[in-house]
Design a binder for this molecule. Structure first.
Ligand code: DAH
Length: 317
């Protein structure tokens, strides 16, 4: 019997043999039923035989199961020389990346990051910025009005008003945030980010436009990772600065508009409770996405909010 068990190679045959020994009509079952007719020695011998046989079946069952598993594994051998599946890794959105860079550059220049609400009142978005009701400059910005007269902030310049009202002068602050205007094409988006900066100090410090240019040159050099920054300035108009300028930067042989700004208009300081006879300084505003578009040579601002991973990949993010 022991030899017979060892020679079996399938679980089915083993089970059949097991049943013929230990099943209801099995040979061992029958012998165990006659146990009471045996003397003590014969009983002990039968018990021993019973235990040994059961163990043999168990051992053989494990051996066959292992052999079946090994055969299955051999059939499924992995080919480790195959190229791995491409790994899709998430990246940080380009605007968020640039936000971190901008913050670290302006903070290193001594500016403090400040914030304001995206739903603004007329005072902070327009009137305090020397743009009273019916001022023609209001038409420069296609404003979204809310029923209660508030607006979706059209410019982060509103944050400079809040900062001046709250902290007074001297002040060196910047803000990065979303603004809203009713315009939409390849270079304009109804929601767009702006970066605003403000540096005001006492008149004896003599802050002037050259300081602003130097600050912008330092900023551009760090942000674009470039030593030879070429800037040019053009006269412009904003109600909240006088004089007002736009600054272009030469990039890949082409002049690109980089930012706007100027010396803060005395009326703005006055509106915010700062005495223009004692303080002066400059303010500036950038298009946030524009910075990223210039840096990476992108041309459609709408892609930033389309959530298309293919665009992110093709743009190298
Ligand atoms: N707020 C202006 C705009 O949206 C940009 C700007 C211009 C901001 C001049 C300034 C500034 O702080 O001084 O077009």
């Amino acid at each position: 019997m022991q030899e017979q068990i060892k020679n079996i190679n399938t679980l089915e045959e083993l089970q059949a043999l097991y049943a013929s020994v230990f099943g209801k009509n099995g040979t061992m079952t029958a012998r165990l039923k006659q146990m009471r007719d045996l003397d003590n020695d014969a009983r002990a011998a039968l018990n021993q035989e019973n235990t040994t046989l059961r163990e043999l079946f168990k051992t053989r069952q494990t051996e066959i199961e292992n052999a079946v598993m090994m055969a299955a594994l051999a059939g499924q051998k992995l080919d480790v020389s195959l190229n791995p599946m491409p790994e899709n890794r998430g990246t940080i959105h380009p605007l968020t990346q640039s936000f971190k860079e901008v913050v670290s550059i302006f903070e290193s220049l001594g500016y403090t990051l400040m914030t304001g609400p995206e739903i603004e009142d007329d005072w902070h978005n327009f009137t305090a910025l020397n743009t009273p009701m019916h001022h023609p400059a209001r038409d420069m910005q296609d404003t979204f009005f809310l029923p209660n007269g508030n607006v979706l902030r059209t410019q982060t310049s509103a944050v400079q008003v809040r900062a001046l009202e709250k902290h007074g002068a001297p002040i060196k602050m910047f803000a990065v945030g979303q603004c809203y205007r009713k315009e939409l094409d390849a270079t304009h988006s109804a929601m767009f980010g702006q970066i605003e900066g403000l540096h005001i100090d006492t008149i004896d410090k003599g802050i002037n436009l050259s300081d602003m240019l130097a600050t912008m040159r330092t900023f551009a050099s760090r942000y674009f990772n470039k030593d030879d920054i070429e800037l040019r300035i053009r006269p412009s108009y904003f109600p909240f600065t006088e004089p007002s300028i736009e600054i272009d930067m030469k990039f890949g042989g082409k002049w690109m508009e980089l930012l706007c700004g100027g010396m803060v208009h005395p009326n703005v300081l006055k509106n915010c409770g700062v005495d223009p006879n004692k303080y002066q300084g400059f303010a500036f505003g950038f298009g946030w996405a524009r910075l990223v578009m210039i840096k990476y040579g992108l041309n459609d601002i709408r892609a930033f909010t389309d959530s298309d991973v293919r665009w992110l990949k093709s743009a190298g993010f």
